[in-house]
Design a protein around this ligand. Structure first.
Ligand SMILES: [Ca+2]
Length: 329
């Protein structure tokens, strides 16, 4: 008897973003290997503006013939108190390399809003969809506000965001995805008791170096995807060093890809249960994520907080899956 794998349904909420692109490419590889089904990509304003993140998602999908995947347009005009992250990711969010990608096949003006796409997908497949949330949580919160309880229809929600020990990467306490829209984050963290949260404390160990991109590209250096990966890593390393993100190590933090690793390779991680709270009021502490560390009964917890990652194995698997993507395309 042959056992067949039922591909896991994924909705990716993203604001590409150099590290977002690696989450998306990794997913595309898993789709090509029959492990994942990408039900939609909902783009968000964040690293760069909403129209640009939409276009990038469409371009990256076009690379593997995934033009048929729905792409949602992000809620615009978030009145964020922090700026975008183009100084890290480039003016186009992807190392100023967007001209080297295939043209977009989705139309921003005609696209459905990301909150509506989230609602439609969760209603169509209740209990089946895992949401990888790798942007400010604006779209997810808007979906929850339009249709209270909708986020409970997801099988699981895996969030890259926050920081507990390390401090923030935008302000001393604020991590980008949370501090960009703390009210949205508070809405999402109140929506379920079993969110999975991957913070900077964990992703600080995920240093993607040019040596790693060379190992990926070696499988077919002439491939357009391989060339893009090498060039994007080069760009991201330059801005990471300039902004002192990697303790001087020539690499960049591929934060968002950790969500895909957790969903498909959970053996790489350890966890603890906690009630994660989001500070929305503080003058200096807005965007802070925290939880009570005293040993109280964990009756009202809302999250599985990831505490450790096997970074060597993370990159070993990422390299093999991205090689497979290049071979298949
Ligand atoms: Ca992101």
């Amino acid at each position: 008897m042959t056992l067949t794998i039922k591909p896991r349904k994924i909705l990716l909420d993203t604001d590409p973003g150099g590290d977002d692109v690696f989450a998306l490419l990794w997913l595309q590889s898993l789709v090509s290997q029959g492990m994942a089904e990408l039900v939609a990509v909902t783009t968000a304003e964040g690293n760069v503006e909403a129209q640009r993140t939409f276009t990038t998602a469409s371009q990256v999908l076009a690379w593997t013939g995934m033009d048929g995947v729905t792409v949602g347009r992000g809620v615009m005009g978030v009145n964020s108190l922090v700026g975008n992250a183009s100084h890290i990711h480039g003016d186009d969010g992807i190392g100023n390399l967007s001209d080297t990608l295939p043209p977009p096949t989705h139309n921003f003006e005609e696209a459905l809003g990301s909150p509506q796409v989230i609602i439609d997908c969760l209603e169509k497949y209740p209990g089946e969809i895992t949401i990888a949330a790798i942007a400010p949580l604006t779209n997810l919160a808007a979906a929850e506000q339009i249709r209270p309880g909708i986020l409970k229809l997801a099988r699981e929600i895996v969030i890259m965001g926050g920081s507990f020990h390390l401090g923030g990467n935008v302000t001393p306490h604020g991590e980008f995805n949370i501090i960009y829209n703390p009210e949205a984050a508070a809405t999402v963290f109140a929506s379920r008791h079993d969110l999975v949260m991957i913070s900077l404390d964990v992703t600080q160990h995920l240093i993607f170096t040019p040596e790693i991109s060379d190992r990926i590209a070696a499988v077919n250096p002439q491939s357009a995807i391989a060339e893009f990966i090498v060039d994007l890593v080069k760009f991201m390393v330059t801005t990471a060093l300039k902004n002192r993100r990697t303790r001087g190590i020539p690499g960049f933090l591929v934060h968002d890809a950790a969500t895909i690793a957790y969903i498909f390779y959970p053996e790489l991680f350890k966890f603890y249960r906690a009630k994660v709270e989001i500070e929305t009021q503080g003058i200096s502490t807005r965007g802070l994520t925290w939880f009570d560390r005293t040993h109280k009964p964990k009756l009202d917890v809302n999250s599985w907080v990831i505490s450790e990652v096997d970074d060597d194995m993370f990159f070993a698997i990422l390299v093999e899956d991205l090689k497979q993507l290049i071979i298949n395309n």
